[in-house]
Every structure is written in structure tokens, then in C-alpha cells.
Design a protein around this ligand. Structure first.
Ligand code: NDP
Length: 248
């Protein structure tokens, strides 16, 4: 494929975990892969190396999901480089868990800002170049917590439920421009985020997974690549659950 035809993929939070897995999966699809990250500089450089090793071209740029200014600069850099955005994966996310009566307002706000407002801002920034080209794919990484709830995660579950609402509305508004928007709701995936869960709780969750194993970033990444592919042209406004049967 010549360089003019290469797709430009933007993945938020590509330095680690599921986001890195998604970057690497797209690296093998003859695309330019751009990702942002918050603080994990070294991990971001490692993702870039892995993208190159997988035969792709990629670049990681520092941009805080909670900063509109950072995100505008991030998208401007991508558009200056390639002139287009074909796929946006809103993946960056954080947890700041506490039972509701003890949850700090600041922790509620930070999770909303990073997990929901950041996705809104990126969707807005991506929608303009996508509308111009009358083509685009938006993929939001939600969570099982959005549909099932999870004790200790009122902020996170609310942000992820909001992300599903954002997905469905984006799908309706942009469908006439041939832009699809879908969400992936992962269950329990092995990353730094879940490695923080205490051992007993982790074993309890594992025991409830009908497929008997935790998920991998690759389990999620494959679905993202599918949703960005021609085969998914007519799929929009959907939530695809990737959870080994944990929630059906
Ligand atoms: P990780 O903690 O492993 O990675 C999170 C990624 O998001 C990192 O690349 C991190 O970059 C980035 N990020 C976090 N905050 C910011 C910020 N303020 N600005 C820019 N980037 C940021 O998490 P996972 O890979 O597990 O999670 C990825 C997504 O999948 C999240 O949205 C999460 O909610 C969702 N998810 C995960 C599940 C799981 O079981 N792991 C289950 C369901 C959903 P950096 O470190 O550089 O800040």
C-alpha cells in the first residue's frame, strides 16, 4: 500500500496494557499508529519499539487525557504528520476505587475527567477530519462495570456507563457521514490495572469466569481491529463484551 493510502490510527493510553496491545495489533495492518500517554515515558518508548518490530510506524506523544490543550496539540501533531484520522480508540483509563461513602470528590472528578471527558474531547477532535473524509471508526473501551456495576467503583462504573451513552449518541450523529462508533466492554484483563487487585479478590473473580482464565490485551485488541475493518462496515452503536462469559 502506498503511504497516501495508509490509515492513521489514534489510540489513547498506548503506553501499557490493553492500549499497547491495540497499538501492536494495528501495527500489523499497514497503518500509522499514534498513541498518547500520561506519565509512563519509558513504557511509551517501549511501545514505539514494539510497533516498529511488528513492522509498523508509530509514535507516542505525551498528552494528559484531562487536558483539552494537550489533546488539541496531540491531534494537531497527528494531522500535521498524516492529514487524516481513520480510527480513534478511546482506551486510556484509570481507577480510583473506594466505597461510595468514602469516595473523595477529587477522585470522582479525576476518573470522570480521564475516562469520560477525555474520550469526549478526543471524539470531538477526531470527528472533524473523519467528517471531511466521510469515513471513520470510533472505538471506545468501556468495561463490564458499566453494565454490571462493581462495589468500590462508583466513579469508574459511572464514567464507563457514560462512555456507552457517548458511543450510542456518536453512532447516531455520525452514521450519515459513514462513521461508526462502537464500544468494547472488557471483563477481567491481565494488565497493571488488575495486577493491583488483592490476591483473594482476584481468585474470587477468576472462579466466576466461565472460561476459566483471565483475558489478555490481545483478546481485546483483536475486536478493535475487527471493528475498524471492512467486515464491520455496518456495525454501529453496539457494545461488544469481551469477558469469557463473566457477564452475559
Ligand atoms: P493500564 O493501567 O494498564 O493502562 C492505562 C493506560 O492509560 C496507560 O497507557 C496510561 O498511560 C493511560 N493513561 C492513564 N491516565 C492517563 C492520562 N491522564 N492521560 C493519558 N493517558 C493516560 O490499564 P488497562 O490497560 O487495564 O486499561 C485500558 C482501558 O481498558 C481502560 O480504559 C480501562 O478502564 C479498560 N478496562 C480494563 C479492564 C481490565 O481488566 N484491565 C477491564 C475493563 C476495562 P500512562 O501510564 O503513561 O499514564
Amino acid at each position: 500500500m502506498d503511504d497516501q493510502q495508509k490509515r492513521t490510527i489514534i489510540v489513547t493510553g498506548g503506553s501499557r496494557g490493553i492500549g499497547r496491545g491495540i497499538c501492536l495489533a494495528f501495527a500489523g495492518t499497514d497503518s500509522y499508529v499514534y498513541f498518547n500517554y500520561g506519565g509512563a515515558e519509558e513504557a511509551a518508548r517501549h511501545t514505539e519499539e514494539k510497533i516498529r518490530a511488528a513492522g509498523g510506524k508509530g509514535r507516542g506523544i505525551h498528552a494528559d487525557m484531562a487536558s483539552e490543550e494537550d489533546l488539541e496539540t496531540f491531534f494537531k501533531t497527528v494531522l500535521d504528520d498524516t492529514g487524516r484520522v481513520d480510527v480513534l480508540v478511546n482506551n486510556a483509563g484509570i481507577t480510583k476505587d473506594a466505597l461510595l461513602p468514602r469516595m473523595k470528590t477529587g477522585d470522582w472528578d479525576r476518573v470522570m475527567d480521564v475516562n469520560l471527558k477525555g474520550a469526549f474531547l478526543c471524539t470531538k477532535l477526531a470527528s472533524r477530519p473523519m467528517m471531511r473524509r466521510k469515513s471513520g471508526r470510533i472505538i471506545n473501551i468501556a468495561s463490564i462495570a458499566a453494565v454490571a456495576g462493581n462495589p468500590g467503583q462508583a466513579n469508574y462504573a459511572a464514567a464507563k456507563a457514560g462512555l456507552i451513552g457517548l458511543t450510542k449518541t456518536t453512532a447516531l450523529e455520525l452514521a450519515p457521514r459513514n462513521i461508526t462508533a462502537n464500544a468494547i466492554a472488557p471483563g477481567y484483563i491481565e494488565t497493571d490495572m488488575t495486577r493491583r487487585i488483592d490476591e483473594n479478590r482476584a481468585s474470587e473473580i477468576l472462579a466466576r469466569i466461565p472460561m476459566g482464565r483471565v483475558g489478555t490485551p490481545e483478546d481485546v485488541a483483536g475486536v478493535a481491529v475487527f471493528l475498524a475493518s471492512k467486515a464491520a462496515d455496518y456495525i454501529t452503536g453496539q457494545v461488544i463484551h469481551v469477558n469469557g462469559g463473566l457477564y452475559t
